[in-house]
Design a protein around this ligand. Structure first.
Ligand code: ZN
Length: 75
């Protein structure tokens, strides 16, 4: 799902005013609504593979356990 090591990924914070359209978060497979601040992760070796994540999903990307459904994003 996200095979890139942390030291090969550039992470940018997207402010709410910069979120001009909704994105699908690969961490929880749910939408990041337009206008919600989030992070974008850009693999330095493959910039086209960048993905937009909820803050919480990005922080917990290594702690997901198989068999558990996505939890609601923290607020
Ligand atoms: Zn998410």
């Amino acid at each position: 799902m996200w095979p890139y090591p942390d030291d090969e990924v550039e992470v940018r914070r997207i402010q709410p005013y910069q979120a001009n359209k909704p994105y699908l978060c690969p961490g929880c497979q749910q939408d990041i609504p337009k206008g919600m601040g989030h992070v974008v992760a850009v693999p330095t070796a493959a910039p086209d593979e960048r993905r937009h994540w909820h803050h919480g999903c990005w922080e917990h990307r290594h702690r997901r356990r198989p068999g558990r459904s996505a939890r609601a994003p923290r607020r």
